[in-house]
Design a binder for this molecule. Structure first.
Ligand SMILES: [Zn+2]
Length: 435
């Protein structure tokens, strides 16, 4: 059989079900898809353009970051140890107002190379000038869901303009790159968008058949404001406005009542759990176990690199597990395998992409990573899932493949010049502070 790439001799985590660890496995890729995954000994003979020796490596689906603002790499370390509201109003929003499209392009490129180097193959981004994000994604070879940000903050005209430009992004980027880029609408939050605007966004999402990606119930004060203004919770308000649906991706969801959780489960709303951002901004600890018990799909996100301050999903996986164990006082909660699923197949489901990516299965797009397991902190490798969640780091990722294309090999990025991006981003970030 013909193949473009064959990887052999690796431990494979297919993330497909109960028996999903294959020792001495083989993966074959052709035309951007997986055409074989299984035991090397049972594989047909492949004639491949490229054979990768997977000895000592773990192969797994690429990690999926469900919630970030990649260009915020430029703001990393600028405003530290502040409350979310102060952080946004005093530092982040004034600096963001000075960002030019080219800055966002470079900030996103920087985020992309950081993600590639830590094993993320797909990210869900919410920001302004998402056309620049698309450009960076096309250039680096990653997969992305763009969510053009829509914010009003009392200025009705601004909300209308941003919604119109978001619709233009859907028209321009909704169906390009063979599905490697898709689009959602990105209303910032209930406390920065009026009910009228949110309703319009709901209608546009139906009209264009796209999802909605927004911050929801992130802080106690935001939740209290909604109660004061509307006499109901943020979730209840969204329900009334027709926004609760399987296509809603809600980031954070820290402050939820039982009624909120039931409503979200009833409408099959998807959640992005962003533990490091929640801890850093002291937003609180979301009730992830309760969300999962209610049958809600939960993926993992880093949130923007200014509130994390890293895009490494391995750090997020570990924090995601530990924080829930502490919250519920039970070490059995959120076992390692569940966490890996949340970072892969559940994340794909949260983005509506589980038919395409999220597991290593024949017919799916070839988004996968190889980790070098011959490391002291990964030895002995009794339980590969536990190793990935509790011991591994982004820097253990050696090779990254997206849509069947090798975009990093043995830690060398193949699509862009890493050092050039680092120095230009540094220059832009310093210049931004002087503007
Ligand atoms: Zn966010």
């Amino acid at each position: 059989m013909k193949a473009d790439i064959v990887i052999r001799g690796c431990i494979i985590l297919t993330v497909t079900g109960a028996e999903d660890v294959i020792r001495r496995g083989l993966i074959a890729l052709k035309d951007g898809k997986i055409i074989y995954v299984g035991r090397d000994a049972e594989a047909p003979t492949f004639e491949a353009d490229r054979v990768i020796d997977g000895e000592g490596k773990i192969a797994m689906p690429g990690l999926i970051n469900c919630h970030t603002h990649a260009a915020m790499t430029l703001l990393r370390g600028i405003a530290e140890d502040k409350e979310l509201d102060t952080w946004l109003r005093e530092t982040i929003w004034p600096l963001e107002a000075k960002l030019k499209p080219r800055d966002i392009y470079y900030g996103t490129l920087l985020g992309c190379i950081e993600m590639i180097k830590s094993g993320t193959t797909c990210f869900s981004d919410m920001y302004f000038h998402e056309n620049m994000v698309a450009k960076a994604v096309i250039k680096t070879g990653l997969r992305c869901v763009l969510s053009p940000g829509i914010i009003e903050a009392g200025r009705k005209m601004l909300g209308r303009i941003l919604l119109r430009s978001a619709v233009n992004i859907i028209k321009e980027y909704g169906k390009i790159e063979d599905g490697r880029i898709s689009v959602m609408l990105g209303p910032h939050a209930v406390y920065t968008c009026s009910p009228q605007l949110l309703k319009r966004i709901g209608e546009e999402s139906l009209k264009f058949d796209v999802g909605i990606h927004m911050h929801l119930a992130e802080t106690e004060s935001g939740t209290a404001t909604a109660r004061k203004l509307y006499g109901k919770s943020e979730v209840e308000l969204l329900g009334e406005l027709g926004l609760l649906s399987p296509r809603l991706l809600a980031a954070h969801c820290v402050h939820l009542s039982d009624t909120d959780i039931n409503l979200m489960a009833k409408h099959d709303v998807k959640v992005s759990y962003n533990p490091i951002s929640n801890m850093k901004l002291a937003s609180g600890i979301p009730r992830i176990k309760d969300l999962l018990d209610a049958g809600i799909t939960v993926g993992l996100g880093t949130d923007g690199p200014a509130s994390n301050n890293s895009l490494d999903m391995f750090e997020t996986m570990k924090a995601a597990a530990l924080l829930q164990k502490v919250k519920y006082g039970d070490p059995r909660i959120m076992p390692a395998k569940k966490i890996v699923k949340m970072a892969t197949i559940e994340g794909a489901r949260a983005l509506g992409l589980d038919g395409l990516i999220g597991s290593l299965e024949v017919g799916k797009r070839a988004d996968l990573i190889l980790l070098d397991a011959k490391k002291p902190h990964l030895t002995p490798l009794h339980d590969p899932y536990a190793a990935l969640v509790y011991s591994a780091r982004g820097s253990d990722v050696s090779t990254v493949i997206v849509d069947g294309r090798i975009i990093m090999e043995e830690r060398e990025i193949k699509t862009v010049n890493e050092l050039e991006i680092i120095s230009e981003s540094e220059r832009i970030s310093l210049d931004l502070l002087r503007r």
